[in-house]
Design a protein around this ligand. Structure first.
Ligand SMILES: [Cu+2]
Length: 157
């Protein structure tokens, strides 16, 4: 990656987080509260399935570590299921954790998954702030069809 994580993280915090520009990075990271997780979220646990954007499949959360997701390093196992529920083979799967309210993601921004049978392991990715995160997932099915799915969840302070 062109920028080291240690160089980019303070930049992300300075640019994206908190409404008061004078807040320090630590202050922004500590500003947990009910209002920090506004918006719809999924109940992230083993077996959760969310709809794919276009091709009629679902994205299943096989497992997360830690469970439920928490601040710091997280590793997830994901699996795409066809419309009939059978596990779908994929060519690739990439996730981009993102905080829409703050308009920032992680460093690096994307994490390529590793196939484990029909499931894919992604991470560790650092959910470094409390609040509402989206795991924006993009993948290519065996027939070349590209699709996306989003899992939204709250990270507690
Ligand atoms: Cu943030």
């Amino acid at each position: 990656v062109p920028l080291s994580r240690s160089a980019l993280l303070p930049l992300l915090l300075a640019l994206g987080c908190g409404t008061k520009p004078t807040d320090s990075a630590l202050r922004a990271g500590d500003s947990a509260g009910a209002s920090s997780c506004d918006g719809p979220v999924d109940d992230v646990q083993s077996g959760l399935q969310v709809d794919c954007a276009t091709s009629g499949c679902t994205l299943e959360v096989v497992s997360t570590s830690p469970a439920p997701p928490d601040r710091g390093n997280n590793t997830w196992q994901l699996q795409v299921r066809a419309a009939d529920g059978t596990p779908a083979a994929l060519q690739d799967l990439t996730v981009a954790p993102f905080m829409p309210a703050h308009d920032h993601g992680t460093a690096p921004a994307e994490f390529e998954g590793t196939a484990e049978g029909t499931a894919w392991s992604v991470g560790p990715f650092d959910l470094f702030m409390p609040g509402r995160w989206e795991l924006r997932t993009a993948f290519t099915r065996a027939d070349g069809t590209e699709d996306t799915a989003v899992v939204a969840f709250c990270v507690e302070g």
